[in-house]
Design a protein around this ligand. Sequence first.
Ligand SMILES: Nc1ncnc2c1ncn2[C@@H]1O[C@H](COP(=O)(O)OP(=O)(O)OP(=O)(O)O)[C@@H](O)[C@H]1O
Length: 317
Amino acid sequence: MSLIEVKDLEVHYPIRSGFWNRVTDEVLAVDGLSLNIEAGETYGLVGESGSGKSTTGKSIVGLEKPTRGQILYKGKDITKPRNRRELDYNQDVQMIFQDSLSSLNPRKRIEDIIAEPIRNFEHLDKNQEKLRVLQLLDIVGLDADALYKYPHQFSGGQRQRIGVARAVATNPKLIVADEPVSALDLSVQAQVLNFMKRIQRDFGISYLFISHDLGVVRHMCDNIAIMHRGRLVEIGTRDDIYNHPMHIYTKRLLSAIPETSVEGRAEARAHREAVEREFQENQSRYYDKDGKVLPLVDVTDTHKVALPADEIDKEDK
Ligand SMILES: Nc1ncnc2c1ncn2[C@@H]1O[C@H](COP(=O)(O)OP(=O)(O)OP(=O)(O)O)[C@@H](O)[C@H]1O
């Protein structure tokens, strides 16, 4: 059994307008999405801004209420609050955010920020609690003097470490990491990704790693789902997605990864332009008559893509 099974998830947001603030329309932020996250793996959810990644992550954590569909944990649907309580779901599944300055309470000291989730689930005395917080700070590579400081007294990378210490405090099985390094400099990104990997190894945690950038998730993820307009357009192992991408939208995201070598840059630009031309010229191939992404079709056991079924064999897999 997978750790988490998301089945046909839909999340609609109401749009209100007019004097009476009535609901006049809705946004289909997530429009029928299914994926499985296995124990101990990092699962990448990648797509451009507005594709529905954060809404999916928040639904899995229980911060957003699905309109339809199921999210199964240990075989039970945690969209029902009763099951969440019974399974200690709020303890087992945690979230870290991109903007650590606004997600960590600016008026609280680090000791209280990290201790807060522990207080919700365990009854430790003051000394035991402080020891636990010190251990957690040590795990994420911060000194004991961090205890008495406030979030604004740290750099962005250090604040992400504090966010991870807080998330790890309840010994979770899954951490939903929503763009955890997007706000950081490249060199700091690498450090944070490395220590997230180490913590994963040490604690056996799974990550749902949300990003708009296929470059960032490349070395982190075992499996990757590409999201577009609230649906998945391609899903596969790291090898499927990076070495055998099939959907034009995946190819566009891959072509957007910055090329570091000077020689490679002109070639990369030409490739990006060719992918863009292919996308513009074949738009109708990728959507149904209502403009929705097509259903996923199996390519192999691990690889699925949203293309017309009769075109799959023609692809250069
Ligand atoms: N609380 C909300 N109320 C109304 N619409 C919302 C709300 N939250 C998100 N949306 C809309 O739902 C769609 C998906 O948003 P979501 O934040 O899930 O996408 P995303 O892929 O995570 O993008 P980003 O990286 O920019 O956050 C967007 O059109 C967004 O404007």
